[in-house]
Design a protein around this ligand. Structure first.
Ligand code: PLP
Length: 434
C-alpha cells in the first residue's frame, strides 16, 4: 500500500512521528475514542490562543463571534448542513443532552433508546428527562445481519408504544461500530410522530455526511474524533422548527436570545477548538481527502484482521459491508485462562496490553466474550497488528489459553450483555423489549 500525503510523506510510521505528538513507543489502535490532533492543527490553536491573550476584551467581544460564524460556514459546507441551523458544542454528549433537556415532555411520554446506544445517552433517557417519562428500549440481537432486521425491530416497538415522544439513535454505534440506517429510521420515526435525535459522535470524518438530507429533528456529531480538531469540538444541527425551544444546558448571559448567541456565549470559555476547523479540514485535504483515508484504513483493517484471525484462531464480527464503518472493526478474543468472562476480564486485558506491551486498544464484553474494537488512522501500519498479535499470543501462552474450551462455545454472537438501567439507581420504569 503506497499512500502518501500531498507533501510526499508515506502514511504509517513516518507520518505518525512527523505529523503527530503520539508517543512513538506506543501502538495506538483506538483512534475512535479520542482521535489524534495533528501538529499543524495544534499550532493553529496556539496561534489563536496567543491572539486571544494579546487582547482578551477584543477577542471575547468581537473576534470570537466572527470566528464562530466563519468556522461554522467552513464545517457546514463540509458536512452538508446549514449555518443557521447549526451551532458548536463541546462534544456530542453536551449536544444530545441539551436537546433532551429542552424537549417539553408530557406526563406519560416515553423516550426510545436501544441496547447499542452509547451509555451517556442511555443515562440521559433516565436522568435528563422528567421523572414521569418512561425509557423504552429496542433490543437488537447479535449478529445483526442486515438493515432490514434493525428496521423491523424499531417498527415493532413503535407500533406497540404510541407514547414515544423522542428517540436517540446512534449513527455509528460505539463498541460494535455498526452504521445504523439513520435515513430510514428517521423516516419511520416521522411516520409515528416521534422526534429523532441522532448521535453522530463517530460520523463526521468517518463517513460521507449530508446532515440536512438525513431529515432528522436533531443531529449531533464530534469533530474531535475523526476530523482532527482539538477535543471539545462538536456540532449540533437543529431543525428550524425546534430552534425556539432548544437551549444549551447552561443558562447564560444570552439565554433566550437567538440560537447562535445563546450557544456561542455560554459564559467565558475557550472556543479555540471550534476555530481550528479550517486548519483541520486543510490537514484532511493534504492527506488526499476522506476517500483516500478510508481506502487506507479499510485495506489496513482487512489485512490486519485477516492476520489476527489466523494467528489467534478467531473471527471478526460478521457485519455486512453496508453496515460497516470504514475505520473500525470488531474482533473476538479467544478465552484466556486467568481472565474472567465478564467486563472486568475485558478491562483487565486492555490494561495488560497498555501497561505491559504499550498497545492501546478498546475492549468490550458482549455476552460471554471479550471483543477488541480496532480503530485505525493514517498513522497505523500492518506492523501494529503484528505487534498486537504477538502480544496477545504471548498473553495467551503465559495465561495458558484455553482454546479448546473456547471453540466449544461456537458462535458467541447471541446478544449483548446489558447492564439493566435499574441497577444504576434509576427510579423510573424501564421497559426492556426483546
Ligand atoms: C456513539 C457515541 N456517542 C457519544 C459518544 C460521546 O462522545 P463525547 O465524549 O465526545 O461526547 C461516544 C464516544 O465515544 C460514542 O461512541
Amino acid at each position: 500500500m503506497d499512500f502518501r500525503t500531498k507533501d510526499g510523506i508515506p502514511f504509517g510510521g513516518e507520518l505518525k512521528t512527523s505529523a503527530y505528538c503520539l508517543d512513538p513507543n506506543v501502538i495506538f489502535l483506538n483512534h475512535g475514542s479520542y482521535g489524534a490532533v495533528p501538529k499543524d492543527v495544534q499550532a493553529e490553536q496556539t496561534r489563536l490562543r496567543d491572539d486571544l491573550e494579546r487582547y482578551p476584551d477584543k477577542w471575547f467581544r468581537i473576534t470570537n463571534s466572527q470566528l464562530w460564524r466563519n468556522s461554522l460556514q467552513t464545517i457546514c459546507s463540509f458536512l452538508g448542513a446549514e449555518v443557521e441551523n447549526t451551532v458548536f458544542v463541546e462534544n456530542t454528549t453536551t449536544g444530545v443532552d441539551s436537546v433532551v433537556k429542552s424537549i417539553q415532555f408530557q406526563p406519560g411520554d416515553a423516550i426510545l433508546i436501544s441496547n447499542v446506544t452509547y451509555n451517556a445517552m442511555k443515562n440521559m433517557g433516565t436522568f435528563s428527562t422528567p421523572k414521569d417519562v418512561t425509557v423504552i428500549y429496542v433490543e437488537l440481537q447479535h449478529p445483526i445481519e442486515d438493515k432490514e432486521y434493525i428496521l423491523e425491530k424499531y417498527r415493532e416497538v413503535l407500533e406497540n408504544h404510541t407514547n414515544i415522544r423522542a428517540a436517540i439513535i446512534d449513527h455509528i454505534t460505539s463498541p460494535t461500530s455498526i452504521v445504523l440506517p439513520v435515513e430510514e429510521l428517521v423516516k419511520m420515526l416521522k411516520e409515528f410522530g416521534v422526534l429523532s435525535i441522532i448521535d453522530g459522535a463517530h460520523a463526521p470524518g468517518q463517513i460521507d455526511l449530508s446532515i440536512a438530507d438525513i431529515g432528522a429533528d436533531f443531529y449531533a456529531g464530534n469533530l474531535h474524533k475523526w476530523l482532527f480538531t482539538p477535543r471539545g469540538c462538536a456540532i449540533l444541527w437543529i431543525h428550524p422548527k425546534h430552534q425556539t425551544v432548544i437551549r444549551p444546558g447552561i443558562t447564560s448571559h444570552f439565554h433566550g436570545h437567538k440560537l447562535h448567541y445563546d450557544f456561542c456565549v455560554r459564559g467565558t470559555r475557550d472556543n479555540t477548538p471550534y476555530h481550528t476547523v479550517g486548519a483541520a479540514l486543510g490537514y484532511l485535504e493534504r492527506l488526499g481527502g476522506l476517500g483516500t483515508v478510508h481506502n487506507y484504513t479499510e485495506r489496513l483493517l482487512d489485512e490486519g484482521c485477516a492476520y489476527l484471525c489466523k494467528v489467534l484462531g478467531t473471527e471478526t464480527y460478521p457485519l455486512p459491508p453496508s453496515l460497516r464503518a470504514p475505520s473500525m472493526r470488531l474482533l473476538r478474543i479467544p478465552h484466556i485462562e486467568g481472565y474472567s468472562r465478564d467486563p472486568q476480564g475485558a478491562g483487565s486485558l486492555e490494561t495488560e496490553l497498555s501497561t505491559n506491551y504499550n498497545i492501546q486498544t478498546c475492549m468490550t464484553f458482549i455476552n460471554g466474550f471479550t471483543w477488541i474494537r480496532l480503530s485505525v488512522h493514517v498513522y497505523n501500519t500492518i506492523a501494529d497488528f503484528h505487534k498486537l498479535g504477538e502480544a496477545l499470543n504471548n498473553i495467551m501462552t503465559s495465561g495458558k489459553a484455553d482454546r479448546v474450551r473456547d471453540e466449544e462455545y461456537g458462535c458467541p454472537l447471541l446478544h449483548w450483555d446489558l447492564t439493566p438501567l435499574t441497577s444504576i439507581g434509576n427510579e423510573k420504569t424501564v421497559e426492556k423489549l426483546s
